[in-house]
Ligand binder design. Structure first.
Ligand SMILES: [Zn+2]
Length: 86
């Protein structure tokens, strides 16, 4: 039972890795930020929770329908292949 669960988790992780998308489009980020503000909240980095850092990108995990909001410093810590939009 336990081993079945962990095997399923590993499968899901592998699928996530192949369907990760990094969104760094500044206009889209600002639009999203405006939507959050309109709801009385703000986008905060998922890694450091630093409210004063500007959000620089969002990592979308399509398989699990998760999105990680990341500030500039945290985004640069993540080893992504290919050039990041600046
Ligand atoms: Zn951060």
């Amino acid at each position: 039972m336990l081993s079945e669960v962990s095997r399923g988790e590993a499968d899901r992780d592998l699928r996530d890795l192949s369907e990760v998308e990094l969104m760094t489009d500044r206009a889209a980020l600002e639009n999203l930020s405006a939507v959050f503000r309109a709801q009385g909240t703000i986008m905060v980095c998922h890694v450091c929770d630093e409210v004063n850092e500007l959000i620089a990108g969002i990592i979308v995990l399509r398989a699990s329908e998760e999105a990680w909001v990341l500030c500039g410093p945290c985004l640069r810590k993540i080893p992504m292949q290919g050039p990041l939009a600046s």
